[in-house]
Write a protein that binds this ligand. Structure first.
Ligand code: ADP
Ligand code: ZN
Length: 721
C-alpha cells in the first residue's frame, strides 16, 4: 500500500516535471495523447513499444526523459540525415545533443564520446552499426537513462525495410538488462510488432498504439486526368503555397525527370531526386529542399526517408502507389506541423497495368496483388476516404472526416442507364478489342485513322454519344468499371471487356445510377466554396504570415539552418493569431521555448509591431519579468544587460524586485556561493550596517541584491515559524 502510494507520488512528480520541460524547452503547453504516458513508463524504467504515425510526435517521447535527471539517452537511428537534423533542432532548443556516425571523422566521433562520458551530452544519436562497436567498450555502470530504437520495424524481416544490423541490437539487453528500451516505429503490423519486442528481448514491454489519423491532411483523388490537367493542378498547388514546398511522387526516374523539366519550364523552382543520381546530386537536391530553396521536388519513392521537414504543405502522387502503407507514409510527410496540408493522387488505368506488372515480378504475388487491390479500392471509393484509410490500419472512425474530396463534394446521382447501355453495346460490337480512349472515340464519333481502318465507324453505336465531352465519357466509363459492369484486361493492352454483370445489365436493361460529372476546374462543393471564402477573409493574416516567413528565412540563411528548425509553420501561425508585441507575449506563443525566446523575439516582435503600425520604439515597457525569463534561460547579468540593451544596474534592480516579489528563489545565477556566504555573515553580525559594508566590498548592484536575499531568508524563516 505504502509502496503503491510512493509510486503514484513519483509518477505525478515525473509528469509535472515533464510538462515543465515541454513548456520550457519546446514551448508547447500540452502533451499530445500518449506522450506523457510513454515518458512516464520509460522514466520509471519499463520497456515499451511505441507505434505512432509520422508526425505523431515520437521524438519528444524519448527526448524529455533525458531532461528529467542525470544520465544520457541513446537514440539508435538508421537515418544519418535525420540525425543531423534532430541534433540541430535539439541544440536550437537548448538541449545538448550530438550524433556519432560514419559520416563524421574518427576524431569528431571520439571527441563526442569524450563529451558523452563527461556528462556534457544529454542525448546521443547513433547508427546501429556504430552502437554495436561502441557498446562493448562502454563501462557497465555508465549512466544510461534510456535507449530508444527509432525505426524499429527495421529489425523485422516481415517489415518493408529490413536491416540486418538491427537484429544484433539484442546485445543491448544483454549488456544493460536494467536500462529501459523504447522501440518506436510508424509502420508495423501485428506480426512486425511482436517481432520487434521478441528480437530486442524486451522485458514485458508496454504497447502504445497511437491513432494513425492525420486530420490536417486533406485527401483527394482525381481519376484519369490528362497530362495538362495534372500540370495545371500541380501549378495551382505551388502557387497556393509559394513560400513552402511540396513533393511530386512519380512512378519512374524518367517520369520524375520529365516532371521536373516541365515544372521548371513553367518557371517554378524544382529539383529532381531518384536513386539513379549520384550521392552528391541527391544530397544537394535534398539540401535545397530542406533549406527552402526550391518549391517542389519531383521524385521517386526513393525520396523522403529521413526527411524531417515539418512544413511540407502538399504531396502529389502523379501515379497511384503500389499499396496503402507506402501511400500513407508518403502523404504523411506533409503537414507534420499539424497545419493544413494537401494530398492529391492522380489515378489512371495505365498505372494499374504498370503496377500489375510489378506485382507479377515480385516474390510475394498474392499478398502484393491483394495490397494493390486495396489501394485501387481506395482510389475508386465513393465513401469518405479517411474512413477507408483508417479501416485499413484497423482503426475505426465513426464519422465522415469532412476533409476529403468525397466529404467536401458529395457526388450528385443521376440515371446512367442509357449511357451504360451505349458503352456496353459498343464494347460488345467491337468484340472487346478497344481500350478506353478508342471506346470513347467510337462513342463520340471521332475520325481517328486507326478507328476507321478497323471499321469501327460502321458499327451501330458509332457517334451515339457525341453530346458528351471526352472528359465526361472518361468519368462515366470509369464509374462503370468501378461498378463492375466493365473490366480492364491488363494482359490485353488494357482492352475493355463486358463483365457477366455488365452483360446482364445490357440484356435486362437494369437501371444504373452514376455520379454526375463535374469538370475539374469547377469541382467545388458548397462546403469547399465556403472554406475558400473563409480563407479569403484571412487576407491580412496571410500577409503577416508571409512577412514572418520572410523573417524566418532571413534568420535561417544567416545561421545556415533549415527554416523549420527556427520555428515551424504552426508556430508562425500562432504568432499571427496572438500577435505578440513584446518579449513576454512572444515567450507565451505555443512552440516558442526559452532559448528561442531570447534568441528570436526581437526580429519577430519588430516585424509584428511594424505590421500593426505600432510606432513607439521597442524596448519601452520592458519589465523585470523579462529579466526573470532570461535568468531562467541561463543568462547571467551581463548577458541580460546585453540582450536587453540596458545597464547592469537596471538588471540588478529587476532582480531585487523579483526577489522581493518571491519570483526568484534560486540565487545561483545572480550571486556566487562566496558572495552568498559573505552576505549571510554580515547579515548576522551587523544587519543595520549591512548595505554600507557590502557596498564597500562588492560591485555595483550586488549590495542591494544581498540585502534582498537576506530579507528573503528572514521572511522565509518567519513563515516557517
Ligand atoms: P515523429 O517523430 O513521430 O514523426 P515528431 O516527433 O517529429 O514526429 O513531431 C512532429 C511535430 O509535432 C514536430 O514539429 C513536433 O515539434 C510537434 N510536436 C510534438 N509534440 C508536440 C506537442 N505536445 N504539442 C505540439 N506540437 C508537438
Ligand atoms: Zn472524408
Amino acid at each position: 500500500m505504502i509502496r503503491q502510494i510512493k509510486i503514484l507520488d513519483k509518477i505525478s512528480d515525473i509528469q509535472e516535471r515533464a510538462k515543465a520541460m515541454l513548456r520550457r524547452f519546446y514551448g508547447y503547453a500540452e502533451f499530445r495523447p500518449l506522450q506523457l504516458d510513454i515518458i512516464t513508463t520509460a522514466t520509471i524504467g519499463q520497456d515499451c513499444v511505441v507505434l505512432m504515425p509520422t508526425g505523431g510526435g515520437k521524438s519528444v517521447c524519448y527526448q524529455i526523459p533525458a531532461l528529467l535527471g542525470d544520465g544520457v539517452v541513446i537514440v539508435v537511428s538508421p537515418l544519418i540525415a535525420l540525425m543531423k537534423d534532430q541534433v540541430t533542432a535539439l541544440t536550437a532548443n537548448g538541449i545538448p545533443a550530438a550524433a556519432v556516425n560514419s559520416m563524421q571523422t574518427d576524431a569528431e566521433n571520439r571527441h563526442i564520446m569524450e563529451q558523452l562520458f563527461s556528462g556534457r551530452i544529454k542525448i546521443l544519436y547513433i547508427s546501429p552499426e556504430r552502437l554495436l562497436i561502441e557498446i562493448d567498450r562502454w563501462s557497465r555502470d555508465m549512466n544510461i537513462r534510456l535507449i530508444a530504437i527509432d525505426e524499429a520495424h527495421c529489425i523485422s524481416q516481415w517489415g518493408h525495410d529490413f536491416r540486418p544490423d538491427y537484429t544484433r541490437l539484442a546485445r543491448i539487453k544483454e549488456l544493460y538488462p536494467h536500462v529501459p528500451v523504447m522501440a518506436l516505429t510508424a509502420t508495423a503490423d501485428r506480426l512486425t510488432r511482436e517481432d520487434i519486442a521478441r528480437q530486442l528481448r524486451l522485458n514485458d514491454p508496454k504497447l502504445f498504439l497511437g491513432s494513425f489519423d492525420r486530420p490536417n491532411i486533406s485527401l483527394r483523388v482525381m481519376t484519369n486526368p490528362g497530362k495538362t490537367h495534372k500540370l495545371n493542378y500541380i501549378s495551382t498547388l505551388i502557387d497556393r503555397y509559394r513560400n513552402d514546398a511540396g513533393i511530386v511522387y512519380c512512378i519512374s526516374r524518367k517520369a520524375a525527370e520529365t516532371m521536373d523539366m516541365e515544372l521548371r519550364a513553367r518557371g517554378y523552382r524544382s529539383v529532381v531526386y531518384h536513386a539513379g543520381l549520384s550521392v552528391t546530386d541527391r544530397n544537394l537536391a535534398q539540401e535545397k529542399f530542406i533549406n527552402g530553396d526550391v518549391q517542389v521536388v519531383c521524385a521517386t519513392v526513393a525520396f523522403g526517408m529521413g526527411i524531417d521537414k515539418s512544413n511540407i504543405r502538399w504531396v502529389v502522387h502523379n501515379n497511384m502507389p503500389r499499396n496503402i502503407e507506402c501511400y500513407y507514409q508518403e502523404i504523411g510527410r506533409a503537414g507534420r506541423d499539424g497545419v493544413a496540408a494537401d494530398a492529391v493522387m492522380f489515378y489512371s488505368y495505365a498505372d494499374i497495368a504498370t503496377l500489375q506488372s510489378f506485382v507479377d515480378e515480385s516474390g510475394q504475388q498474392s499478398i502484393n496483388a491483394e495490397k494493390l487491390n486495396r489501394m485501387k479500392e481506395y482510389a475508386e471509393a465513393s465513401l469518405c476516404r479517411r474512413r477507408i484509410l483508417l479501416s485499413y490500419f484497423n482503426e475505426t472512425m465513426d464519422h465522415d472526416c469532412g476533409n476529403c474530396d468525397v466529404c467536401l463534394n458529395p457526388p450528385e446521382r443521376m440515371d446512367g442507364t442509357t449511357l451504360s447501355l451505349m458503352a456496353l453495346s459498343a464494347i460488345v460490337r467491337v468484340n472487346g478489342g478497344a481500350g478506353l480512349t478508342m471506346l470513347i472515340d467510337i462513342l463520340r464519333g471521332a475520325g481517328r485513322q486507326d478507328l476507321i481502318q478497323r471499321g469501327y465507324h460502321l458499327i451501330k453505336t458509332y457517334g451515339v454519344g457525341r453530346d458528351l465531352s471526352f472528359a465526361e465519357w472518361n468519368a462515366y466509363i470509369s464509374q462503370m468499371i468501378q461498378l463492375g459492369l466493365i473490366d480492364i484486361a491488363y494482359n490485353e493492352s488494357n482492352h475493355l471487356k463486358v463483365t457477366p454483370y455488365g452483360a446482364r445489365v445490357l440484356r435486362e436493361r437494369l437501371p444504373v445510377t452514376l455520379a454526375k460529372y463535374v469538370p475539374f476546374e469547377t469541382r467545388k462543393g458548397r462546403k469547399a466554396r465556403q472554406k475558400e471564402q473563409e480563407e479569403q477573409k484571412l487576407k491580412p493574416a496571410e500577409q503577416l504570415l508571409e512577412l514572418l516567413k520572410e523573417v524566418r528565412l532571413k534568420l535561417a540563411r544567416k545561421e545556415q539552418m533549415p527554416p523549420y528548425i527556427i520555428f515551424s509553420d504552426k508556430t508562425l501561425l500562432e504568432m499571427v493569431r496572438t500577435e505578440p508585441t513584446d518579449m513576454e507575449a512572444f515567450a507565451r506563443v505555443e512552440g516558442v521555448g526559452e532559448k528561442k525566446t531570447v534568441k528570436y523575439w526581437k526580429p519577430f516582435v519588430t516585424a509584428i509591431r511594424k505590421f500593426k503600425g505600432i510606432k513607439e520604439p521597442l524596448g519601452a515597457g520592458l519589465s523585470h519579468e523579462e529579466t526573470l525569463l532570461l535568468l531562467n534561460a541561463g543568462y547571467d547579468v551581463e548577458g541580460i544587460a546585453k540582450a536587453k540593451e540596458i545597464s547592469t544596474r537596471t538588471v540588478y534592480n529587476h532582480i531585487v524586485t523579483l526577489i522581493r516579489e518571491d519570483k526568484l528563489t534560486d540565487f545561483s545565477p545572480v550571486i556566487t556561493r562566496e558572495q552568498y556566504m559573505r552576505v549571510m555573515e554580515v547579515a548576522k553580525s551587523n544587519p543595520e550596517e549591512m548595505y554600507v559594508i557590502l557596498a564597500k566590498e562588492m560591485p555595483i548592484g550586488l549590495p542591494s541584491v544581498g540585502l534582498a536575499v537576506s530579507d528573503y531568508l528572514l521572511r522565509r524563516k518567519a513563515n516557517e515559524k
